[in-house]
Design a protein around this ligand. Structure first.
Ligand SMILES: O=C(O)CCC(=O)C(=O)O
Ligand SMILES: [Fe+2]
Length: 330
């Protein structure tokens, strides 16, 4: 996995998740720095086998190649509402949501409708395997991020993060046939697959299922960096709004987007690890640190999710509506 900024390259931290926590200490300060400045990092040795990767890719392709009227049975007007059709987040983006902790049940209820009961249980089994792997990874990642904040902070895991829950979204990006005709948003021959946004999670694990690339992260100065998948490693982590607020800005919620530069479909899976809806998000005293200013008023998690939804009318984030706008102390 590489990051490139035009000709220059920027070094983002790579976290080897297979190492025991106590062996991570040497690299914790580099991780903390990357999280403070970018809110984005890579993980290696994440334990997702090539086999699982191939299966995920293949079920994603099958799923999105179904006719629109079939997919719309799960659309915004259905009772299930697990499918986001094109023209909601962007004309080129569609997505299927699978909720934890019972990923198999959630996936199966969508599959029953999509495949009219004729599909094999494989679809939901693969998503169950992937969902539980992602939960395990997310827990480890949060623990390591807490350690990166300083000595003793990992103790906060039990009191603050043990009720987190996850859901995932399988995404498909279909660029227009001629990129040139649509390239007015950005430079030359590229279109926005998913506009600039921050995630509302604590952490999000993004898996780019092919070599297309297009995921970009914005620096504090407003420069875009490409996050290009290299063979075998499609996995990146980004910090979400909840962790930014909870850490009193010690961890930055990454601003990212997806651009489409090639005339071919792009598949990805994003796993969101979130606080429970009724949690009051408030940075603990120790995290704020003596003499430092508190950056956010306490807020209830669900109230922020509603704030985002109301401001976007179901669309994805416009960076004008973030947790800073909602609860930031001016
Ligand atoms: O498709 C990707 O690579 C990123 C998706 C994303 O940012 C999201 O679903 O929030
Ligand atoms: Fe995102």
């Amino acid at each position: 996995m590489m990051v490139s900024e035009s000709q220059n390259s920027v070094k983002l931290h790579t976290l080897d998740i297979s190492q025991p926590l106590k062996h991570q200490s040497s690299s914790l300060s580099s991780l903390a720095e990357t999280c403070r400045t970018w809110g984005f990092f890579y993980i290696t040795n994440h334990g997702i086998s090539n086999d699982l990767h191939t299966k995920l890719h293949s079920i994603s392709k099958d799923l999105f190649s179904l006719p629109s009227e079939t997919k719309l049975k799960l659309g915004p007007l259905s009772s299930t509402r697990t499918y986001t059709p094109p023209f909601i987040a962007s004309p080129f983006f569609e997505s299927l949501r699978v909720s934890g902790p019972n990923y198999v049940a959630s996936a199966q209820s969508s599959a029953d409708i999509l495949y009219d009961q004729h599909n094999s249980p494989l679809f939901s089994e693969i998503l169950q395997e992937y969902g539980s792997k992602m939960e395990e990874l997310s827990k480890k990642i949060v623990e390591i991020l807490l350690m990166s904040l300083g000595d003793g902070f990992e103790k906060k895991y039990e009191s603050e993060f043990k009720n987190c829950h996850g859901y995932l979204r399988i995404n498909n990006y279909t660029p227009p046939e001629s990129l040139e005709d649509h390239g007015h948003d950005h430079d030359d021959d590229q279109v926005e697959g998913l506009g600039i946004h921050t995630d509302m999670s604590c952490v999000t694990i993004v898996y780019q299922l092919d070599e297309t690339g297009g995921l970009q992260v914005r620096s504090k100065e407003g420069k875009w960096m490409d996050i290009t998948p290299c063979e075998g490693t499609g996995v990146v982590v980004n910090i979400g709004d909840m962790l930014q607020a909870w850490s009193n800005d010690k961890l930055r919620s990454s601003e990212h987007r997806v651009v489409l530069k090639q005339p071919k479909n792009r598949y990805s899976v994003a796993f969101f690890w979130c606080f429970e809806d009724d949690k009051v998000v408030l940075a603990p005293e120790e995290v704020v640190g003596e003499g430092n200013m508190r950056m956010y008023e306490p807020f209830v998690c669900l109230d922020y999710l509603k704030f985002r939804e109301n401001n976007e009318r179901g669309k994805f984030e416009k960076v004008g509506f973030t947790v800073k706008d909602f609860a930031g102390i001016k």
